[in-house]
Design a protein around this ligand. Structure first.
Ligand code: ADP
Ligand code: MG
Length: 313
């Protein structure tokens, strides 16, 4: 084994090395990085690079930061202005629009007016006024996001629009981390952002990564399960932790753009495939869609697999 490590280090691929773990709070979650690097100094430097990248992406995509790029774009809505965007923003919008088209609008990056309304509803434990839902809903439509590929400019055609990357930004950040890891020659790594997890090659001494996830027991209650993964992204999405209980109904922070309401069915889903960005966005779309439409959507993303759990607790 020692000889094997020495041999590989000449390639140079750090397939062997010490297991190192790092944490970084960002994007409303805790990023976890596990990597195998030759020494701790090198591992620490790589982790720092990942966390710097995540911070940069947060400054672009966070709608909680007044001066983020996403908020500057939203501020231009309805003015007729075309806004030049960063390559990161351009790429995120491109994936979002693809998922929106394929899911018939179940995923919608322009969900902002509705998510803002529902965030307030969660804070105040108060169902929003129906008139407010209606007004917000009229500003939500991915078709109002116009793209100009030659100049990499964006125009939001309707006044009051707001972009919200909450359903895709964590997955995007995880994929960006993997680009850095690949460049650094680290093949065995895990990056997790809450329910969005991606792993590379198995740890040097193991056949796969073991990941804690959720499943159901025979009574239909949510229980912890273990997954074995390598070179795969997995996104778990569902109503397990953020929702509003109102008059006996539970409304999730995942919103159906067509009704303007937080989804009410008790379920969570797990999307697996090569990339976290798509897994994250698809998981959000899947939660909005009905069973037949989920099947139609998944057929369009043949490298991704879906498991849905209807929870009863
Ligand atoms: P979960 O971790 O429960 O899967 P995510 O954090 O991935 O949820 O996505 C939920 C977030 O996505 C919401 O907080 C909101 O910001 C945004 N969002 C809600 N509904 C939609 C939707 N229909 N399309 C796109 N983004 C959405
Ligand atoms: Mg998600």
């Amino acid at each position: 084994m020692r000889f094997f490590c020495w041999f590989l280090s000449l390639i140079p691929v750090l397939a062997c090395g010490q297991r190192q773990e790092f944490f970084h709070p960002q994007m409303g979650t805790l990023f976890q990085v596990i990597l195998y690097a030759e020494d701790t100094v090198q591992g620490k430097a790589i982790a720092q690079e990942l966390f710097d990248r995540i911070d940069t992406l947060n400054a672009i995509f966070s709608d909680y930061l007044e001066n983020s790029e996403i908020n500057r774009i939203s501020a231009s809505a309805g003015t007729g202005q075309k806004i030049k965007v960063s390559t990161e923003m351009w790429r995120l919008i491109a994936v979002s629009q693809r998922v929106s088209r394929k899911s018939d609008g179940a995923f919608d990056l322009s969900i902002g007016p509705l998510s803002k309304l529902w965030r307030r509803a969660f804070r105040q434990t108060q169902f929003p006024a129906l008139a407010e839902i209606k007004t917000a809903k009229e500003k939500v439509n991915y078709r109002f996001i116009q793209r100009y590929p030659l100049t990499k400019k964006i125009r939001l055609t309707k006044a009051g629009m707001r972009l919200d990357a909450g359903g895709i930004a964590k997955g995007f950040a995880v994929d960006e981390c993997f680009k850095i890891l690949r460049k650094a020659g680290v093949s065995s790594a895990l990056v997790a952002a809450g329910g969005d997890i991606r792993v590379g090659a198995a740890p040097p001494d193991k056949a796969a990564w073991t990941i804690a996830s959720k499943g159901l027991n025979e009574k239909g209650e949510t229980v912890d399960v273990e997954l074995s993964l390598k070179r795969e992204a997995v996104s778990t999405s569902g109503d397990t932790y953020r929702f509003l209980d109102w008059e006996g109904q539970r409304y999730s922070h995942i919103i159906d753009p067509r009704t303007g309401l937080g989804i009410q069915h008790r379920q969570f889903s797990r999307l697996a495939g090569p990339r976290s960005t798509l897994a994250d966005a698809l998981a959000t779309a899947i939660n909005v869609l009905k069973a037949e439409d989920r099947k139609i959507l998944m057929k369009k993303f043949s490298r991704y697999t879906l498991e849905v759990y209807e929870s009863k607790d």
